[in-house]
Design a protein around this ligand. Sequence first.
Ligand code: HEC
Length: 143
Amino acid sequence: MKPWTMLPAIKIMTLCLGCLVGGGCSENGSNAQSPMASSPPTLISVGKPLPEEFQEGETKFNNFCSRCHGTQGKGTNNGPALVHKIYEPNHHADMAFQRAAAQGVRAHHWKFGNMPKIDGVVSEDVSQIIGYVRWLQRQAGIF
Ligand code: HEC
């Protein structure tokens, strides 16, 4: 067999390798970005009007959370954007929000420092806040 007749076979092998390597990354869910590296991106501008059912949640979010997590959960210098892939329901379920508000959060994803427990919110408030944040996350196409 002449060497060049092997070429198609080699091409196919390389292609397959490509699939394997490329597929591997997205499959195991490890995102290449390192959350510790920098502050999170600002990623939404919600053009749609906020549905009425989430308006109370927004008010409470603005009262208790936005000074760190930013208006519309976009983040500030004091805290991360909650409208971010890592806070979607599979990574941070609603319980994580309840726990964060009730007990605070020890810094582990970012370099903003610890989140203090939030006085003055009860779990019902947090449930409304979660509804609002999930709505924002959906508008941003996060889940
Ligand atoms: C004083 C600033 C501050 C306020 C106010 C604040 N947060 Fe946070 N929050 C943070 C910081 C900083 C982190 C990131 C900690 C880390 O992972 O490094 C955080 C993380 C979180 C997380 C992720 C928890 C986890 O398990 O990783 C949730 C959820 C959250 N906050 C929800 C809220 C909600 C809801 C409110 C309002 C009721 C709120 N935060 C108010 C600073 C704040």
